[in-house]
Design a protein around this ligand. Structure first.
Ligand SMILES: Cc1cc2nc3c(=O)[nH]c(=O)nc-3n(C[C@H](O)[C@H](O)[C@H](O)COP(=O)(O)OP(=O)(O)OC[C@H]3O[C@@H](n4cnc5c(N)ncnc54)[C@H](O)[C@@H]3O)c2cc1C
Length: 456
């Protein structure tokens, strides 16, 4: 129930999943909401690249997968009426290490070209994951329970992921092997990232049951939610200034080069810290708030996509993904749900320093030659391609937030706290940056902060 002056006017900045959910939930509660988005479409880091490829093929540049335990994401996917499909479980895993393609499966375990102890050789890849990661995954605890962060969580936050693996007895060969692929996709890799964040993120990534994706492209989720919001969204409005007092908020934005202002009772800022730090606040935000906004790090990710005449890689596995030790990082068949064409798209996912290097002008061909190294048949099947750098995207300036040791637990409460009539949402203010689930949970938290501030 709303109390006081009714309806309150709320401006939400950013039509990514966090801003969309804030807007929908506040509209349901009877608030008068305006959603300002800098781009001409909703979705933010849910970005399905279309129109660059033949035969109507598309490729996800950002979010691609939804875990079976991402209950908030699944709830809004159901509300939007999008169709989910299961991501096939590969029948064998492929890695490219030291110039060789290595195939691992339960029936034919790989001989890994790294120096492992005899126990690690016997354990195999899955056994090493179990031995070295399971204690850490348990030690993160459940952040939704009172009393979190526990002592164990604080301890994990004080070390890097590499230090954690060493503390579990992993040999340097095992660490080299485990860091190839998913583990390196956060920040500047396991030598820099907080073990707590790395392990919490692994929990989000791993799902006992099937991982899903959206048939026809992930962008359908924000697009359908935006349709429900309708004319309350204004596109092409890049916010530049926020003036605030205990009476209200004035937001200044540019639209086709012209400057406009809009007044509201409260504002929710649902954009990454990397972009938030370019907005001018008057009076300035508190020193503590400003510090975390200025210092929150963002992972560099560069995606290189190649269109191929056929999907020759289907001979390698039932769902082709390759963990590589090259700059291109992880390779995957981006068209596994798209069945209307014989053509296919193979997409690489480089992160950290490699992503920064591959994003430099002129480096597209060095990415292509690395991809051809892994999949030599591509030399005869190549039809073109493109590169996309999240660092160069002006409205995200990076892919997703990451923390060095002793940053996560310290920064999170400040990132998510309101400041007068200004509220903060976005996956970077949640425990799960890099996940739609984190973006939605932050939105629900911001909406609750507004509702409870009116009741108090
Ligand atoms: C490479 C990559 C892979 C990912 N993979 C997955 C995955 O498989 N599964 C998953 O669940 N999640 C994944 N994610 C994470 C997921 O995409 C994000 O967590 C989520 O989309 C973030 O939503 P958000 O609303 O917090 O932020 P954003 O999506 O960044 O939304 C912010 C919005 O604000 C707008 N904006 C910015 N500045 C301004 C301004 N000044 N004025 C007005 N508007 C502004 C932006 O244009 C944008 O639309 C991935 C992300 C990336 C980058």
């Amino acid at each position: 129930m709303l109390i006081g002056r009714f309806p309150e006017r709320i401006v939400v900045i950013g039509a990514g999943m966090a801003g969309l959910v804030c807007t929908l939930e506040l509209m349901k509660q009877g608030y008068n909401v305006r959603l300002l988005e800098a781009n001409s479409q909703p979705g933010g880091r849910i970005y399905t690249m279309r129109d660059q490829f033949a035969d109507g093929l598309f490729c996800e540049m950002g979010a691609a997968f939804i875990g079976a335990h991402h209950f908030l994401t699944l709830h809004y996917a159901q509300q939007a009426g999008v169709q989910l499909i299961n991501v096939p479980a590969p029948n064998r895993s492929l890695s490219y290490i030291d110039g060789r393609l290595i195939i691992d499966s339960p029936v034919e375990p790989a001989w890994w070209p790294v120096s492992l102890t005899s126990e690690e050789r016997t354990l195999g890849y899955a056994g090493m994951l179990e031995k070295y990661l399971k204690p850490g995954l348990n030690a993160t605890g459940d952040p939704s329970l009172p009393g979190w962060p526990t002592k164990q969580a604080v301890l994990l936050d004080s070390m890097t992921m590499e230090e954690y693996l060493i503390s579990q007895g992993a040999s340097s060969g095992a660490i080299k092997l485990l860091e190839i692929g998913y583990m390196q996709m956060l920040g500047d890799g396991i030598r820099k990232v907080s073990a707590l964040q790395r392990l919490l993120d692994l929990k989000m990534a791993s799902s006992g049951r099937n991982t899903q994706t959206i048939a026809g492209g992930m962008d359908q989720l924000p697009k359908k939610l935006a349709l429900t919001i309708g004319s309350n969204i204004s596109y092409g409005c890049a916010v530049t200034h926020i003036e605030h007092s205990n009476k209200g908020v004035t937001i200044q934005y540019t639209n086709s080069g012209e400057v406009f202002t809009i007044c509201s009772d409260r504002v929710i800022v649902a954009i990454p810290s990397t972009v938030l730090r370019t907005i001018h606040f008057s009076p300035p935000l508190s020193k503590e708030k400003n510090d975390v906004i200025q210092n929150q790090l963002s992972t560099s990710v560069t995606r290189t996509v190649i269109q191929s005449r056929t999907r020759f890689w289907n001979n390698l596995s039932s769902f082709t993904t390759v963990n590589t030790d090259l700059k291109i990082g992880w390779l995957l068949d981006a068209t596994f749900t798209q069945t209307t064409s014989r053509r296919g798209l193979i997409c690489s996912y480089a992160s950290g320093e490699s992503a920064r290097e591959l994003s430099k002008a002129g480096n597209f061909h060095s990415a292509v030659s690395e991809i051809k190294q892994v999949l030599p048949e591509l030399s005869y099947q190549y039809e073109g391609g493109t590169v996309f750098s999240w660092d160069h995207n002006p409205y995200s300036r990076g892919a997703y937030a990451w923390y060095k040791p002793k940053q996560m637990i310290r920064m999170l409460p400040t990132l998510s706290a309101e400041q007068g009539r200004i509220y903060f949402a976005g996956d970077n203010t949640s425990l799960f940056p890099g996940w739609i689930e984190g973006a939605i949970s932050s939105a629900l938290r911001a909406v609750n902060q507004i509702i409870s501030s009116r009741l108090s």
